[in-house]
Design a protein around this ligand. Structure first.
Ligand SMILES: [Zn+2]
Length: 568
């Protein structure tokens, strides 16, 4: 059946589908199954029916290693069993154990500058942790150096260190990546360097500590700025103020930069002024390729005492076996993180981070998609995996663990579809692809959306670096083509800027706050349509005659090609 005939059939059927939400004409191609029962099994009630327990106070904000984890893992396992899905772990279980280490920091920090000692209050002025699994880590009297964005990007000929030796020093860094103006139009950012408005991985806090480790720094301090960071300081002080986790490594992270820290912008400005520097002038200098590190007449001392505990956490995984013996050892993997920030006994009033949107909703989406796939007869040719990962809030740890110790070979994993938050504000004409233009998966989603009269939109907030902030990134890093959709912003029947306004409200009011709870005005009808699209695209990959690919120019393409070339 030619592509265009199939497309025509698809458009006709989808037109009928969009008109009433319920499909009356099967979406079929000769070899493919009728997806109507699958689409119809995804409902707003079904979604809410999962979100409510997961985001309930009883689940205590689903922190790894907590009572909330036990309840969540049991809930997910029961749901996968209820759907008749196979245990996803070849050992016959629905879990992959993830060994984590929990570190609860108690830091102190002082900075000697301008002949005085600047004492900083934790967590209001700064936060500091160590990922070294040691009861105490100290940095005494280390020289401070301002290193701009602290980036080494060979592809842009960019090196903020210019050979400066920062071993054993405290480096002060800017968040995000250099906002280099377009030489032809200085009012705009140059697209050719650091992708203009969009944040590259160099802009992420994880990159800052990775390069500080590489450079042998004693401490790395990021200056928090709400715009460039993409979230207010309270998010930093809120999540870094209590137990942080890391994957347990044989060397206890002995090679990591000893101190990882953020400082509030106001205190950073005060520090720089006391050192005879000006924050704005330094920031201006940092957007030039000729930037050189600026030694500060300041010396920093940190001490971080950590309460350490081993935590056995779990990824939860189920499998729908493929129907084609020749292709069932190929996989399509859907992911969503089940964890959130747990409970903070130090908070007054509401102490539970319910994480209704983040990510009880995405986990509910994973369960609804799993149910949908069980309604496809015959089942797809390739196998489908449904993976709910742990410890995303701690640095994508569950996904990192799976990607580095996969239960099924990554070179047989055709695609990852990740859900982190679903649309809770109604139906949209568009759907967003975070990291749009990265892979041929975008084309499949575009086709499926257009068949329903919907449009694709690149991330409207590229400066926030969302592509690097959820679990698909761990798959992408290892070369697996990954699609990370997000809610559209063109709401049907709502004022023009309604979508962006709701996003801003969420970021400011609920993101990583105890108030991220199910709201009475939630409307999940848009989420249902987005999830139906993800079912269709995943199904197409599972049926397809070719592997999805990264597009030329993406940072992951070479890795994938090497992986497939080396495949047995
Ligand atoms: Zn999340």
């Amino acid at each position: 059946m030619t592509r265009y005939f199939r497309l025509f059939t698809g458009i006709l059927a989808a037109y009928l589908l969009t008109a009433c939400g319920e499909s009356s004409v099967p979406v079929t191609t000769s070899a493919d199954a009728d997806l109507t029962p699958a689409f119809n099994s995804i409902t707003t009630d079904g979604l809410l029916g999962h979100i409510k327990p997961l985001a309930s106070d009883e689940f205590e904000g689903r922190a790894p290693g907590s009572k909330g984890e036990q309840l969540t893992v049991a809930y997910l396992t029961d749901q996968f069993k209820r759907l008749g899905l196979k245990p996803g772990n070849p050992d016959g279980t629905y879990v992959q154990k993830v060994s984590l280490v929990g570190l609860t920091p108690k830091p102190t920090a002082t900075i000697a500058v301008g002949g005085k000692s600047l004492s900083l209050k934790f967590p209001s002025d700064y936060v500091a942790v160590t990922r070294r699994v040691q009861p105490e880590v100290a940095v005494d009297d280390s020289e401070m150096v301002f290193v701009g964005y602290g980036v080494v990007a060979p592809e842009y000929g960019w090196d903020d260190y210019k050979g400066a030796d920062v071993k054993g020093k405290t480096i002060l860094m800017l968040i995000n990546d250099p906002a280099v103006p377009d030489p032809n139009d200085p009012k705009k950012l140059g697209e050719k360097i650091f992708k203009g408005q969009a944040m590259t991985y160099y802009g992420r806090w994880t990159y800052k500590y990775e390069i500080a480790t590489e450079k042998g720094a004693a401490a790395a301090v990021i200056i928090h700025e709400t715009g460039p960071a993409g979230y207010p300081y309270e998010v930093v002080s809120g999540s870094w103020g209590h137990e942080n986790f890391d994957i347990k490594s044989p060397d206890g992270n002995a090679g990591r930069v000893p101190i990882e820290s953020w400082i509030h912008l106001d205190r950073a400005k005060e520090l720089l002024k006391a050192a005879g520097q000006d924050f704005d002038a330094l920031k201006k200098a940092a957007i030039s390729k000729d930037f050189k590190p600026v030694p500060l007449k300041a010396r920093a001392s940190f001490r971080v005492q950590s309460a350490i505990r081993d935590v056995d956490s779990s990824n939860v995984i189920a499998k729908l076996e493929g129907s084609d013996p020749a292709l069932r050892d190929d996989y399509v993997i859907y992911t969503a993180h089940w964890d959130h920030l747990g409970k903070d006994p130090n908070l007054k009033g509401d102490q539970i981070y319910n994480g209704a949107l983040d990510n009880a909703s995405g986990t509910a989406g994973l369960l609804e998609i799993a149910e949908a796939f069980t309604r496809i007869q015959p089942p797809p040719k390739r196998s489908i995996l449904f993976l709910a990962v742990t410890a995303e809030e701690q640095g994508l740890l569950g996904a990192k663990y799976y990607a580095n110790a996969p239960l099924y070979p990554l070179d047989r994993t055709l695609a990852n579809f990740n859900m982190d938050g679903v649309n809770q504000w109604g139906r949209t004409r568009d759907i967003v692809i975070v990291g749009h233009g990265n892979s041929t998966l975008d084309d499949l989603l575009t086709e499926a959306a257009q068949a329903r009269g919907r449009t694709i939109r690149p991330d409207p907030e590229p400066e926030k670096g969302f592509f690097y902030r959820s679990d698909h990134f761990e798959f992408a890093k290892l070369g697996v083509p990954a699609l990370y959709p997000d809610s559209g912003i063109e709401y049907i029947g709502k004022p023009e800027n309604y979508g962006q306004q709701k996003r801003d409200e969420y970021t400011l009011r609920d993101y990583h706050k105890p108030s991220d709870e199910v709201k009475p005005d939630w409307d999940l009808s848009g989420a249902v349509e987005d999830l139906q699209l993800l079912v269709e695209v995943g199904y197409r990959v599972a049926q397809g005659d070719r592997y999805p690919e990264w597009k030329p120019g993406t940072e992951f393409k070479a890795k994938r090609e090497a992986m497939l070339k080396g495949r047995q």
